[in-house]
Design a protein around this ligand. Structure first.
Ligand code: ME8
Length: 671
């Protein structure tokens, strides 16, 4: 049976232009869609714009425009952005469209018919930037909204209410029976505590402004913008006979700021409208924020990037290419966690992973096809060695790992598996030394080695396609292959070896990624307003004291110059971790391989630390440690990659690990 995959992004407020934070969710949705399409699913990707409410009415007034003219102009900026980022939504819904307005009015009426909407009066606080009601308790110093740091408004007016309080038990039963309804797990717990804390009925209409969908039968009320907006996911598909059966959505991506609306109000509205549990969305996937200087990157904080570059996705895509921006967003942030926006970090990733690992592998292997008349070499079975077979097995393993990670909405893990495979390809190339085989006229071995590398690049190009579609196609062109083209019911995920046909002509070699040398880096930094001194690590940073002589006299080194607290928090991500397992590494006396829980949805991290002379592995299990969590991975060779560094001090045989007096949850940030 054909599998379908329906994914949604939030519909974005059009009060100002999109930024890389907005682009983040859409890029993830697009990449997930591509990954599922490549596996043969019938996919549907919905995004759009949220165009009603007080915030937009006021913004239009400020611009001396009618709300309609204003939202028309702004919505286009979103619609036009997505193709520039190689995103291909199947539908783009605007809440000012007729299909939506009429649909929402019907859903409202269903809730009325069910006895869940009643007239009352609302008195309380409201944050226009959030379009959300607030309680005194939630406010921060100066009576400000904790998210936007802006004053809230006092509202007192007649309002329709939604009987949210009646749904607490059914919601709790839903979370219990279908824990995958909210991901990641930690967020599910937050949602459960919120509902267990008691649900109050929700004010869902306003009379003090007019820019909204009129309440059926009482048009002096307009609907609360969230009641209107949430139903977009349904109104976009219900009217179309071709799309109706896509319901319910498989994955609804939302930022953590709007999880409550999606995990509490949204299912309650649907329950009230008569949907049974099987018709509710399958998973609300809440992700973290892109940060600038430790704070949420938002429309109101544009420019506050501490010199780490513009947040305008169009400028970034123009300067480095949409593939590279997409790759960075998907790879850099552990999906579900917060991550820092930084152009230098983006260039660092592009250099070390895309150019020097993936592009390089193709560039190195392709010229050798001249020994085979510019064709894919044919491999004689008797020329195969254990190293070749090991590479084939690794490719299958990594392809499966990446497929599972895409399915589990973990793009960073999928791409990590992809890059690990490309790294293994480079190691294989070095070890097999085809230049020596060519010199020795060992054509049979040369054919086997070059075939293996080219086939590996084919596999990597498919595995990268969800993230870097145009670069994947460029690599494929050089392999003599057509662009990737998903087909419903055909699983093209590259788990089987040998897709590249022997004797097929290859294309002309040319670098798929530029060489990110100092000149190009300087040019990108200039174009993208990078003013910080921070440079991406040329070489990945060292782990805790690993294999380094003990610093005998720490005082002898010059202390670095002063930095601000914001700089510290922006640059160094220190987290508490708990050691789950620790083991020695054969032939590496000083190193231990640790598995450390940092509370991340992606699971524990592997960290290689140079602490074996000071700690027995068994003494470490369950220990609370301090981890530098935002260093690039460091490859120790032999499949050992460290994903972080432990803080420690002292000589290597008397080293002591930093820890805290009291226990705190894994993942707690050190501040
Ligand atoms: O909330 N990091 O719209 P919105 C990561 N209209 N993602 C970010 C981000 C950041 N710094 N900034 C924004 C709304 N986003 C409502 C939604 S849905 C029925 C109505 C992403 O324009 C993230 O997905 O404020 C977040 O949830 C969304 O943009 C909010 O966009």
């Amino acid at each position: 049976m054909t599998r379908s995959f329906y994914v949604t992004t939030p519909i974005y407020y059009v009060n100002s232009s999109p930024h890389v934070g907005t682009a983040y969710t859409t890029v993830v949705a697009d990449a997930l869609t591509r990954a599922h399409a490549l596996r043969g699913a019938r996919t549907h990707f919905l995004t759009g714009t949220d165009e009603h409410g007080l915030k937009l009415e006021r913004e239009a007034q400020r611009k001396a425009m009618t709300p309609q003219a204003f939202v028309d102009e702004m919505s286009v900026r979103f619609r036009d952005l997505w193709p520039k980022l190689l995103c291909r939504p199947d539908d783009f819904i605007r809440t000012t469209e007729r299909r939506h307005e009429e649909g929402v009015q019907r859903w409202w009426q269903r809730c009325v018919d069910n006895g869940d909407i009643y007239l009352g009066s609302y008195e309380g606080l409201y944050c226009v930037a959030c379009e959300d009601h607030k309680t005194e308790k939630e406010l921060v110093e100066g009576n400000l909204c904790p998210i936007h740091r802006r004053p809230v408004e006092r509202v007192a007016e007649q309002s329709y209410f939604f009987r949210l309080s009646a749904y607490a038990d059914r919601l709790l039963k839903l979370y219990r029976e279908r824990p995958e309804f909210v991901r990641p797990e930690g967020r599910l717990n937050e949602v459960i505590s919120f509902v267990e804390g008691g649900l109050k009925d929700l004010s869902i209409s306003r009379t003090s402004f007019t820019w909204g969908i009129p309440v059926p039968g009482d048009p002096k009320h307009v609907m609360y913008v969230w009641f209107d907006a949430l139903f977009n996911y349904l109104t976009a598909v219900e009217g179309d006979p071709q799309r109706k059966d896509l319901w319910p959505p498989d994955v609804q991506l939302v930022g953590k700021d709007i999880l409550r609306f999606h995990a509490v109000y949204w299912p309650a509205f649907l329950m009230s409208a008569g949907l049974d549990d099987a018709q509710l969305p399958r998973t609300i996937w809440s992700h973290g924020w892109l940060l600038t200087g430790g704070e949420k990157l938002s429309k109101t904080r544009e420019g506050a990037t501490q010199g780490r570059g513009t947040t305008d996705p169009v400028r970034v895509a123009d300067a480095v290419g949409a593939d590279v921006l997409r790759y960075f967003l998907l790879r850099e942030v552990s999906f579900g966690q917060d991550g820092e926006w930084s152009v230098p970090a983006l260039v660092g990733r592009a250099r070390s992973e895309l150019a020097e690992t993936v592009g390089n592998l193709l560039n190195r292997a392709l010229p050798f096809t001249k020994h085979f008349e510019g064709r894919v070499p044919h491999v004689a079975a008797e020329a195969l060695t254990d190293a070749d077979r090991a590479l084939e097995t690794l490719a299958a393993t990594k392809a499966r790992e990446a497929a599972d990670a895409w399915r589990d909405v973990a793009p960073h893990r999928a791409l990590e598996a992809t890059i690990e495979l490309a790294r293994a390809g480079n190691r294989y190339f070095d070890e097999q030394a085809p230049w020596k085989l060519a010199k020795a006229h060992d054509t049979a071995r040369l054919a086997a080695v070059i075939y293996h590398v080219l086939e590996l690049v084919r596999i990597v190009s498919l595995m990268l396609w969800p993230a870097t579609p145009s670069k994947s196609d460029a690599m494929r062109a050089q392999l003599g292959l057509d662009p990737v083209s998903p087909l419903v019911d055909v699983d093209q995920w590259p788990v089987t070896w040998g897709g590249l046909a022997a004797h097929a002509p290859v294309g002309t070699p040319s670098p798929v990624f530029p060489k990110y040398d100092a000149a190009l880096e300087a040019q990108i930094f200039k174009e993208l307003d990078v003013t910080t001194e921070t440079k991406p690590a040329e070489k990945p940073a060292a782990p805790a004291k690993a294999e380094k002589p003990a610093a005998k006299a720490p005082e002898a080194t010059e202390p670095p110059g002063p930095i601000t607290y914001d700089e510290l928090m922006a640059k160094v991500d220190l987290r508490l971790g708990r050691v789950l397992t620790a083991e020695r590494i054969p032939r590496k006396d000083k190193l231990l391989k640790l598995s450390i829980d940092l509370g991340e949805p992606a699971g524990p991290r592997t960290i290689i630390a140079g602490i074996a002379l000071a700690y027995a592995p068994e003494a470490l299990v369950n220990k609370q440690v301090v981890v530098v969590a935002n260093l690039p991975p460091r490859d120790f060779g032999g499949g050992l990659v460290s994903h972080g560094m432990l803080l420690a001090a002292g000589p290597s045989d008397g080293l002591s690990l930093a820890t805290f007096e009291k226990d705190h949850a894994p993942g707690t940030r050190v501040k």
